[in-house]
Design a protein around this ligand. Structure first.
Ligand code: 9Z3
Length: 318
């Protein structure tokens, strides 16, 4: 694996995504509006990034993340009165609709076919499930409390992340960054990526991955120095989990690392701060009832963010 260059070199050698200026305007408008209203804003990143193997991309290196953590967390932040920038991998899970992926939505419906007067209704059992979610969805959208922006490649992700930070910087400590996306540590530099689809006739390709520069360093020190920054650390080996989370905190000097193991990530996490290590785990009953661990994670983060702001006034009711 080749060494990583600087973050400045990364931006200098990767063009912004085609929809970048549109997203930048949306981010700017959203942050200015909520800053004026005295709201807190959380940037939730969610889902995995890709690493294209060709410029006209047929194949890419991907990541397992479906965006379960990020999409659920975004809903809980809304409930705590935050305005939410939901920065997610295109086509990954989104807040509210996350619970109706696949055939689930169609299974909730009934159809009465009477020629031109065909009607579709929600099954009575499903109304109980759908109604509270629909109410929260409509309220968040009517209040303009959530902005959706999406990325696909690791380079799109960094361009969007920096643009969001530029807008959030004005909020000072009222900005919270909750970096749950699974971002590739490796990439192929632009000049090493072929333009067209790789041909098997040319033989098996040898692909060298390079290290992505660590963006948490400029993010914490330069882009949003007053914000409350929460990063996530994913491991597969329990013995590395807390030591690596502590090392990340020590290195980047941000506020919290949420450490999780791939195998148990939806039932248990460890919150690592400078002075404490706190485990959050679902019990058997919670798991059987389909509870989200994100509810407890977000509650813990919100309370430490509020402490950090020095008991700032709660956001105005929407
Ligand atoms: C996480 O650790 C998230 O919790 C998950 C959520 C990606 C595991 P799902 O989408 O999964 O709910 O299925 N995100 C961060 C992963 C990451 O890439 N962290 C980097 C690292 O561990 C550093 S910031 O080195």
């Amino acid at each position: 694996m080749a060494n990583n260059g600087s973050w400045e070199e990364f931006f200098a050698s990767h063009l912004p995504p085609t929809d970048f200026e549109d997203n930048r305007s949306l981010l700017k408008e959203f942050c200015e509006r909520h800053a004026l209203q005295g709201n807190k804003i959380v940037l939730v990143t969610s889902g995995g990034t890709t690493v294209p193997l060709e410029h006209n991309t047929v194949r890419f290196v991907d990541n397992f993340s479906a965006g379960t953590r990020g999409s659920a967390s975004a809903e809980y932040f809304l409930e705590h009165g935050y305005a939410v920038i939901f920065m997610h991998r295109q086509k990954s899970l989104e807040p509210f609709t996350r619970l109706f992926s696949g055939q689930k939505l169609l299974d909730m419906l009934d159809i009465q076919e009477r020629g031109p007067n065909t009607t579709i209704t929600v099954k009575p059992d499903s109304v109980d499930v759908l109604a509270p979610i629909l109410v929260r969805y409509k309220a968040a959208h009517a209040a303009g409390a959530i902005l959706y922006v999406s990325f696909t490649t690791v380079s799109d992700y960094f361009w969007l992340l920096r643009a969001a930070c530029e807008c959030l910087a004005n909020l000072g400590p009222r900005a919270l960054l909750y970096l749950a996306a699974a971002v590739s540590d490796f990439y192929i530099p632009k000049d090493k990526v072929p333009t067209h689809k790789m041909q098997s006739e040319s033989g098996a390709p040898v692909i060298q991955l390079h290290l992505v520069p660590k963006m948490l360093a400029p993010l914490v020190n330069l882009w949003v120095p007053a914000a409350y920054v929460v990063s996530f650390k994913l491991e597969t080996d329990e013995s590395l989990l807390v030591p690596k989370a502590k090392a990340a905190l020590e290195k980047y000097k941000h506020k919290v690392v949420v450490a999780n193991l791939l195998q148990t990530r939806h039932n248990r996490v460890v919150l690592v701060t400078k002075n404490a290590t706190q485990e959050i785990a679902l019990n058997r009953g919670d798991i059987l009832s389909g509870a989200d661990i994100e509810m407890a994670i977000v509650a813990a983060i919100v309370s430490s963010h509020e402490e950090h702001m020095g008991g700032a006034a709660p956001a105005p009711a929407r």
